[in-house]
Ligand binder design. Structure first.
Ligand code: UDX
Length: 434
């Protein structure tokens, strides 16, 4: 069986490499010839721990190759995973034009039975549209099946999420599609959940929106903690011991970012509203998340009063640790807010600085990118932490204090035990804790 994975973004690359690792013959395909050229030479366009090695190992074993001749790849494949982008449109809905384009290409090259598997995060009913599109444009009366197999990988741990999944959702409408897809994931037989296609599609959006809701909920509680003597970490610990709640995704901070939560929650709101369902619950979770930036800028102002011409060291730009991804990162709005107040910024991130330069180019004396956290701290009136990279919790705080003009830390991710920086003479502010 030959598998084609169309799209070489986060989901596509990890899916292609992961399926090859399971022993299948996989072609990763993308219409972007330059990108395919670079990946074929071993230059993986994203930073994802373990991905380079996984790709290189499977290319060497000849389980995996990369090509840009999409029509030919589709023609050769028995199973096609669609992993193209579904970016957000201004009204919050997902832009499905790339999915449609691939569907039409599949229709053009449908010479024998193929299983088309939708893996990108898509609105419920997308598979129906893929099926209808292929049905409308196919040139022969060849049979085909559609399936939904949403991907739950988290950036930073995408490879292990794919290789050791919690669950595999297989949304199908025929026994043939079920058997094919379950066969691909044969080694995880006991973790496969078979549903109809609408259910599989909704599981993905419902899961991500629920996790986003959980984060906004604990951030709301953190705001109460900020105004009282309560401690949000202990509140989360106490709540999390109830197995019905669980202790994960209860870390308060400056809000969620990334390519999934902000987009998926808006997409589900749009889907629900289009179906006439009142989606205020999720809208409010999204609004709370948006408001986290204002709350954090207020915290910085509580420490510095006037921000104009203050030097602020900003540690962490990526939307979470272990990635270079800054899509929807809280740092983007926060930097905009601080620049708006006239602050002078010194930025550092272990991986994401190149990406951020495309949004905020360096400007001498206004916005500088620094090659270490200690350089960023030089002469700073305050240091803010926006991403909980392990490198930051291991900082030599004595050295940071020496470098700074004023020893003030405003920690948006609760990286430190408050007693530690305070013992070293820092004024230390964090989220939902005194
Ligand atoms: C998420 C889902 O977890 C994954 O299943 C889905 O397939 C894609 O979206 P990802 O966006 O890579 O994965 O990162 P995740 O670890 O879920 O974090 C998302 C955001 O939430 C980050 O900005 C993170 O900082 C924030 N977050 C997470 C919190 O603020 N508090 C938490 O307790 C957990």
């Amino acid at each position: 069986m030959k598998i084609a994975v169309i799209g070489t973004g986060y989901v596509g690359l990890v899916t292609a490499a992961g399926l090859a690792e399971f022993g299948h013959r996989v072609i990763g395909a993308d219409k972007d010839e330059d990108k395919i050229g670079r990946i074929s030479k071993g230059v993986v366009p994203i930073y994802e721990p373990g991905l380079n090695e996984l790709i290189a190992g499977n290319v060497r074993k000849k389980n995996l190759s990369f090509r840009s001749d999409l029509s030919a790849v589709i023609g050769e494949a028995d199973v096609i995973f669609v992993c193209v982008g579904t970016p957000q449109r201004p009204d919050g809905s997902a832009d499905m034009s790339q999915v449609e384009e691939v569907s039409r290409l599949i229709a053009d090259n449908l010479d024998r039975y193929k299983l088309v598997v939708e893996k990108s995060t898509v609105p419920v009913k997308t598979s129906y549209w893929i099926k209808r599109t292929i049905g409308l444009y196919k040139k022969t009366d060849t049979d085909f099946d559609i399936a939904s197999n949403p991907e739950f990988l988290r950036e930073g741990s995408a490879v292990s999420d794919f290789l050791q999944p919690d669950r595999i959702i297989v949304g199908v409408e025929t026994a043939r599609a079920r058997d094919l897809l379950c066969g691909i994931y044969a080694k995880f037989r006991n973790r496969v959940v078979v549903t109809n296609i609408d259910t599989a599609e909704l599981i993905k959006h419902a899961s991500n929106s629920f996790l986003a809701l959980k984060i906004s909920y604990i951030n709301l509680i953190a705001s109460i903690c900020d105004k009282t003597e309560a401690n949000v970490e202990q509140v989360a610990e106490g709540m999390g011991l109830d197995p019905r709640i669980g202790n994960r995704f209860l870390k308060a901070g400056i809000g969620y970012g990334g390519s999934c939560f902000p987009k998926d929650i808006k997409a589900l709101v749009k889907i629900g509203e289009d179906l006439g369902v009142d989606m205020s619950l999720l809208k409010e979770a999204d609004r709370i998340n948006f408001d986290r930036i204002r709350v954090f800028v207020e915290k910085i102002k509580q420490a510095l009063w006037i921000l104009k011409d203050k030097r602020i060291a900003v540690l962490g730009l990526a939307f979470k640790p272990e990635t270079d991804d800054i899509r929807e990162a809280p740092s983007i709005s926060l930097i905009r807010g601080l620049i708006g107040e006239g602050a002078r910024l010194r930025l550092y991130d272990p991986q994401a600085m190149e990406n951020m330069k495309a949004i905020y180019p360096a400007e001498p004396d206004r916005l500088e990118y620094c090659d270490s956290p200690y350089r960023a701290a030089e002469g700073a009136n305050a240091l803010v932490i926006l991403t909980e990279w392990p490198e930051f919790s291991g900082l030599d705080l004595g050295r940071v204090r020496e470098a700074m003009a004023n020893p003030i830390i405003i920690d948006g991710r609760n990286v430190f035990d408050p007693a530690v920086p305070r013992r070293l003479g820092f004024e230390y502010y964090s989220i939902g804790r005194k």
